[in-house]
Design a protein around this ligand. Structure first.
Ligand code: GTP
Length: 344
């Protein structure tokens, strides 16, 4: 299970526990303070039972697809029966309702929170319309004006909590994306870092095997890069790294994956590409970089590339293809640089 899904699952379980405790307190403690008919305790106990059932269902992953919905049902299921028998909108339980869209947004997302808010506003409207039919065992005095004004207040509060829920949900998503980006992207060049590349390449590797489609790995190293750093400084070196990444990226298709594998080493995963086609890609990259002029000092660079590929049949792990590409790259360096070499 993904980390974020695991995290959501934990929050869902926490939410259910909170609902259980709130309902338990409401059921057991209230009769000590207010003289209420037994029906309140009965309904409270039924609520506790249903919450317990949903807790087990969620905990055991029996309905993963509807997990957020189960949590919402608990939220509504905890308060609705108690509202029905305790004066509807005048119920002491009604103020809990605006918390539900907030919780649902954080747990189930934007659409869920909006659906829940609309449903709850509908529920409140029904309570107002059928106000006189709602049994009020609490014997609280209520008037039509009081009911309508409270309904308007709850409607507004629901909209506000829905808005805040969605706001916090989006902020959370944004921060999560930023974190993921920081963990998988190379800050200097804007391409994937080794970790990001490996994660995507492993996925593509599995797909290639499943569909028996070819792929190629190209390992690319800038020639004599140490000389650039030593002669023109580290900043000029950094600028060259960025320029090389941009230049490679310009030669790739949308589905190709480019990563920075190490200091001045880049790595490419070319899905649906056989060795013949990858030679053409490598040559395009070699030529583009050789023609590139970088910075005010007009720096010129060349690169050497090692290519390894899979063309169907049994599959090895990604490290195997990288090490083949690395051997080919080494041969390229040994035999003069500024070239690409296919792995044997
Ligand atoms: N500016 C800059 N330099 C880096 C970075 N990462 C690694 N380097 C430098 O890259 C250089 C790599 O040098 P070598 O491994 O000797 O390779 P080379 O000089 O490119 O020689 P060949 O690969 O054999 O052609 C080292 O001087 C590193 O300090 C970086 O992020 N920025």
């Amino acid at each position: 299970m993904l980390d974020s899904k695991k995290h959501n699952h934990k929050i869902n379980l926490q939410f259910i526990k909170v609902c259980f405790v709130v309902t338990l307190l409401g059921t057991l403690v209230r009769p000590l303070f207010i003289d209420l008919p037994f029906i309140f305790t009965g309904i409270g106990l039924l609520n506790l039972l249903s919450i317990l059932v949903i807790y087990v269902v969620v905990k055991r992953h029996w309905c993963q697809r509807f997990e957020a919905l189960s949590v919402f049902l608990i939220g509504v299921g905890t308060v609705t029966p108690l509202m029905v028998i305790s004066g509807g909108i005048n119920s002491q339980f009604a103020p809990i309702i605006p918390l539900i869209p907030l919780a649902t947004a954080l747990i189930g997302g934007v659409r869920m929170s909006m659906v829940v808010s609309v449903l709850l506003i509908g529920l409140i409207t029904l309570f107002v319309v059928f106000h006189s039919q709602v049994a009020d065992f609490t014997q609280d005095s209520s008037s039509q004006a009081k009911v309508v004004s409270r309904a308007v207040w709850y409607g507004l509060t629901l909209c506000a909590t829905c808005y805040f829920g969605i706001f916090f949900y989006r902020r959370n998503q944004y921060l999560q994306q930023q974190l993921e980006k920081m963990a998988t992207m190379d800050e200097l060049t804007g391409v994937f870092n080794r970790r990001g590349f490996m994660a995507l390449a492993r996925q593509q590797l599995t797909m290639a095997y499943r569909n028996q489609r070819p792929f190629c790995i190209i390992l690319l190293d800038i020639d004599h890069f140490k000389h650039i750093n030593d002669t023109h400084g580290h900043d000029a070196g950094d600028m060259c790294l960025s320029a090389v990444a941009t230049s490679i990226d310009n030669e790739l298709r949308e589905q190709d994956i480019l990563g920075r594998y190490g200091g001045e080493e880049f790595i490419l995963f070319l899905p649906d590409t056989n060795l013949q086609q990858s030679k053409r890609v490598a040559e395009k990259i070699r030529r583009a970089i050789a023609l590139m002029v970088t910075g005010d000092e007009g720096l010129r660079l060349t690169v050497t590339q090692g290519i390894a590929g899979y063309e169907g049949g049994n599959l090895d792990d990604i490290e195997h293809y990288i090490s083949l590409a690395d051997e080919a790259l080494y041969q390229g360096k040994e035999s003069g640089r500024n070239k690409w070499v296919l792995s044997a």
